[in-house]
Design a protein around this ligand. Structure first.
Ligand code: BGC
Length: 756
C-alpha cells in the first residue's frame, strides 16, 4: 500500500477528518479511496467491545468476553512469559472480534495507594512496570493486533484527572514516570500510545511537543500513532502540532474544522496533518492487511488460562505455623460474601462483561467447605446476625478462611480512594472469626494496599488482588496446595496511609499536584527512611523454601561502557516444587545526588523441584548504575563503588557484591569566582590547580603552624580550618589572603580550571 500516494489524493477536509474518530470506537473510513474504518477497544485485561450503546466508563454493556487478572495481580507474577501468554490470548480475541488495537497496557506508576486506578496499573517500580508492559505488548502484537500503552504520562491520580497538572521534575520523570513507556516503546514498538488526560508541568499531555515528539519519537524512536485518551483534547491544533495524531473519540467535526481552518490561515503546516494521517494509516493498513477474522476465540480455554494466570499472581503474605495449605480432609469454613461473589475486576473503562465467573465456593465443590456470608459488599453495615453465623461456622471448622477486601465502590477509575481501610464490617468480621478460631486465614480481593489492623490475630493472609473471572478456581488451588503460591508484591504495603511518601501532597491543591517526593516513590522511600512497612516490595511466601547464594560478578571493576554479569545460585531447600523470584537490586554506595538505597534492575522467576538448584544470571549495563543527570540531560554513572544485591524482597537481601564503575563521560564543569573550594577540590584536576592557592589562603588566615598560638590551635584545628574553607567561594581569596591577594593570579587559575 502506497500510503503517501493515497494521502496525495485526499482533500484537506478528508485528512483533517481522519485525525479524529468516526465515533466512540472507530477510526474514519474514506470510501472513495478504499480506506477502511478500524475499531479499537478496551483493554487492558480483556475485551470491552461495545456493539451499540457506547461509553468510556464501562457503564453500558459490551460483548461477552474473558476477564483476565488485572495488572495489580499480573505484575505480582514477576513473570514475563505469563504476560506474553495473556497478551497472545487477548490478541487472538481481538482478531476474532475484528479489533485493530486493544487499549492497554496501563503502566502509570503507583505513587499512592489511593489512586483509584491502581488496580489497572502494574507497580510502584518503573523497571518492573516496563518489563511487564513489554511482555504483554509482545504477546498481543505477535497476533498482528496493536496495543495502546497508556496513559502517557504521570497520570498517577484520578482526582481532577482531566484538569490537574502533574508537576514533576526532570530527573523524576526520567527515572520514575517515563521508563515503563520507554522500555516498551524501544523494545516492542507498541502500535499506538495513548496520551493522558492530565497536564504535565502545566501543559496538557495531549498538546505537549516535548513529550509527544521530542521524547517519544525523537529520543525513543516511536513509530506508531499517538491517540488521545477519550476526551483529552483541549486545543486540537496545538495537539496536532505537538504530535497528537488521532483524537478519540469523535469531536463531531468540531476539531476537524479547526484543523482545516488553521491550515488555511497558515497557522498549521499541512505537512503536519499529512504526517499524522500517514501514521494513522500505517497502522490501519497494518491491521487490515493482517486481519484474520477466522481466528477462533475459545472462551472456555481462555477461562482456564485466566485461572492459571491468577494462580501465578497470588501473593502469600502470612503463613504462621504453616496454616496453609489446607487439607482436603478437614472441615473448612469459607466466610465472607467474596467467597460466593468474588471481586475480581475494577470499575470503569476496563470493566468486562464476563461470559463466566468461578467463585471460590463453586471451585470448592466436593470439599468439606461450609459457607457463611459474614457481610454484605453492598454497604458497610455490620450485621450481628451475619457475624454470629460466621463465628458458628468458624468454630465448627479446622480452619476459617475469610474472603475480604474492597467492594467495587471503594476503588474505580474516575475517582480516588479517600483512605486505605477496608470496610469496618469486614474488619469486625475478621476480628470475630479470629477470636472464634485460632486458625484464621484472610483472602484479599483488592486492587491496591489496605490496612490490616487484624494482622497479628490471623495466621494466614493470601493476597488474591483482582484476579479475573476465574479467580475462585485459582484461590482454591492455592489454598489447598494444588498450586504453590509464587507471586511477589509489586508494591509496598505501608502500615498506614500516612507512611506513604506522597501522603502530604497527594491529589494536589486545586489543579496543581506537585510530585515533591521526587524519585523516592514506594520502596525507594521506605528503604531510604528505614521505615517499617507492613509488607515490603518484592515480598511473598511459598509452601517451600528457597535459598539464594554464591553471588558472583564477572568483574570487580568496569567502565560505564561495559556490561557486568551477575550470577547467583538458587536452591529449593523445601519439600515441594515451587517458583521463586530472584530480584536483583543495584545501589550507589556514595553519590553526589540523592539516590535510593537500592533499585530493582533485574528479576527472574525460577521453577525448582525439591532439592533442585539452578544458576541465574543477569546482565547489567550502564543504565543499571546510572541516574538522570540534569546538567547533561542524559543518563550518567558517577564513578565509584556500587552494590549489586540479590534479594527475596527489597528488605530481605540474600547476598551482596561490590563493583567499581568508572565513568567515561566527563561532566563539563565551569568555575567562576563564586565557585566554592569543596567543588573544585572534588575534581582531581581542580585539586591540582588550586593546591598552591590553598597554601596562600591558610597563610592569609595567619594559621600557618609557626604563627599559631597554643590557644588558637586548640580553638581551631587544622581539620576545622579545612572544613570551613570548603564552603568558601574563590573570591574570598581576595579578602582573606591579605597582602598576598593577587587578582591577576586568581584569574589565571580560573582560566586554567575552565580550560578542559
Ligand atoms: C480511559 C482509558 C480508556 C478510554 C476508552 C478513558 O476514560 O482513561 O483508559 O481506554 O476511556 O474507554
Amino acid at each position: 500500500m502506497d500510503i503517501k500516494a493515497l494521502i496525495a489524493q485526499m482533500t484537506l477536509e478528508e485528512k483533517a477528518g481522519l485525525c479524529s474518530g468516526a465515533d466512540f470506537w472507530h477510526t474514519k473510513a474514506v470510501e472513495r479511496l478504499g480506506i477502511p474504518a478500524t475499531m479499537v477497544s478496551d483493554g487492558p485485561h480483556g475485551l470491552r467491545k461495545q456493539d451499540d450503546k457506547v461509553d468510556h466508563l464501562g457503564v453500558n454493556d459490551s460483548i461477552k468476553a474473558v476477564c483476565f487478572p488485572a495488572a495489580c495481580a499480573t505484575a505480582a507474577s514477576f513473570d514475563r512469559a505469563l504476560l506474553t501468554r495473556m497478551g497472545e490470548a487477548i490478541g487472538d480475541s481481538c482478531q476474532h472480534e475484528k479489533l485493530s488495537v486493544v487499549l492497554g497496557p496501563a503502566v502509570n506508576i503507583k505513587r499512592s495507594p489511593l489512586c483509584g486506578r491502581n488496580f489497572e496499573y502494574f507497580s510502584e517500580d518503573p523497571y518492573l512496570a516496563g518489563e511487564m508492559a513489554a511482555a504483554f505488548i509482545h504477546g498481543v502484537q505477535s497476533r498482528s493486533v496493536g496495543t495502546s500503552i497508556k496513559h502517557f504520562v504521570a497520570n498517577s491520580q484520578e482526582h481532577r484527572r482531566m484538569s490537574s497538572s502533574a508537576e514533576v521534575d526532570e530527573r523524576t520523570l526520567r527515572e520514575i514516570y517515563f521508563p515503563a513507556f520507554e522500555t516498551a516503546v524501544k523494545r516492542e514498538q507498541p502500535w499506538t500510545v495513548m496520551c493522558s488526560y492530565n497536564r504535565l508541568n502545566g501543559v496538557y499531555a495531549s498538546e505537549h511537543p516535548w513529550l509527544l515528539t521530542e521524547v517519544l519519537r525523537n529520543e525513543w524512536g516511536f513509530e506508531g500513532y499517538v491517540m488521545s485518551d477519550w476526551g483529552a483534547v483541549a486545543d486540537r491544533v496545538a495537539g496536532l502540532a505537538a504530535g497528537l495524531d488521532l483524537e478519540m473519540p469523535s469531536s463531531n467535526g468540531f476539531n476537524d474544522r479547526k484543523i482545516v481552518e488553521a491550515v488555511k490561515n497558515g497557522t498549521l503546516d499541512e505537512a503536519l496533518v499529512d504526517q499524522a494521517v500517514e501514521r494513522i494509516l500505517n497502522i490501519v493498513f497494518r491491521y487490515t492487511e493482517n486481519a484474520k477474522p477466522d481466528t477462533p476465540w475459545d472462551k472456555g480455554a481462555q477461562h482456564l488460562l485466566a485461572a492459571d494466570i491468577a494462580a501465578e499472581c497470588m501473593v502469600l503474605l502470612k503463613n504462621e505455623g504453616g496454616v496453609l495449605p489446607l487439607s482436603k480432609e478437614e472441615k473448612i469454613a469459607f466466610i465472607g460474601e467474596f467467597a460466593e461473589k468474588p471481586r475480581f475486576q475494577g470499575g470503569g473503562s476496563s470493566h468486562i462483561n464476563c461470559f463466566k465467573t468461578t467463585s471460590a465456593l463453586q471451585a470448592a465443590e466436593g470439599l468439606k467447605v461450609r459457607y457463611a456470608r459474614g457481610y454484605s459488599a453492598q454497604e458497610d453495615a455490620t450485621s450481628d446476625e451475619l457475624i454470629a453465623e460466621a463465628v458458628e461456622a468458624a468454630k465448627a471448622a479446622k480452619v476459617a478462611v475469610v474472603f475480604a477486601g474492597l467492594p467495587d465502590v471503594y476503588e474505580s477509575e474516575g475517582y480516588d480512594r479517600s483512605h486505605m481501610r477496608m470496610p469496618d464490617c469486614q474488619n469486625r468480621l475478621i476480628e470475630a472469626v479470629a477470636a472464634a478460631n485460632p486458625n484464621t486465614v484472610v483472602v484479599l480481593h483488592n486492587g491496591s494496599p489496605v490496612e490490616m489492623p487484624w494482622i497479628d490475630r490471623v495466621k494466614g493472609v493470601l493476597e488474591a488482588y483482582l484476579g479475573g473471572q476465574a479467580v475462585g478456581a485459582a484461590t482454591v488451588r492455592v489454598l489447598f496446595g494444588d498450586a504453590n503460591p509464587c507471586g511477589r508484591l509489586a508494591e509496598t504495603f505501608p502500615k498506614k496511609l500516612s507512611d506513604n511518601p506522597s501522603y502530604l501532597t497527594y491529589g494536589g491543591e486545586g489543579n496543581t499536584a506537585v510530585y515533591n517526593e521526587g524519585v523516592f516513590v514506594g520502596y525507594r522511600y521506605y528503604d531510604r527512611r528505614e521505615a517499617e512497612v507492613l509488607f515490603p516490595f518484592g515480598y511473598g511466601l511459598s509452601y517451600t523454601d528457597f535459598v539464594f547464594s554464591d553471588l558472583r560478578l564477572s568483574a570487580a571493576e568496569i567502565t560505564d561502557r561495559d556490561t557486568l554479569r551477575a550470577t547467583v545460585k538458587v536452591k529449593n531447600t523445601g519439600s515441594r516444587a515451587g517458583k521463586t523470584v530472584v530480584q536483583l537490586y543495584v545501589g550507589d554506595v556514595e553519590s553526589s545526588v540523592f539516590r535510593p538505597v537500592r533499585e530493582l534492575k533485574g528479576f527472574e522467576k525460577v521453577e525448582l523441584q525439591p532439592g533442585e538448584e539452578k544458576e541465574v544470571s543477569f546482565t547489567l549495563s550502564k543504565r543499571a548504575f546510572a541516574y538522570w543527570n540534569t546538567q547533561i540531560h542524559d543518563w550518567h554513572v558517577e564513578s565509584g563503588e556500587f552494590r549489586v544485591e540479590v534479594g527475596y524482597s527489597s528488605r530481605d537481601i540474600a547476598a551482596s557484591a561490590a563493583v567499581r564503575v568508572e565513568s567515561t563521560v566527563r561532566i563539563p564543569r565551569h568555575y567562576d569566582l563564586n565557585s566554592i573550594f569543596l567543588d573544585i577540590l572534588d575534581d582531581p584536576r581542580g585539586r591540582e590547580i588550586i593546591a598552591p592557592l590553598l597554601k596562600t589562603m591558610r597563610e592569609g588566615f595567619g594559621s600557618s603552624e609557626d604563627e599559631k598560638s597554643d590557644a588558637a590551635s586548640e580553638a581551631i584545628t587544622e581539620e576545622m580550618n579545612l572544613a570551613m574553607l570548603n564552603y568558601m567561594p574563590l573570591r574570598t581569596m581576595l579578602s582573606f589572603a591579605g597582602e598576598k591577594a593577587d587578582p591577576a593570579a586568581l584569574e589565571q587559575i580560573l582560566n586554567k580550571l575552565n580550560e578542559s
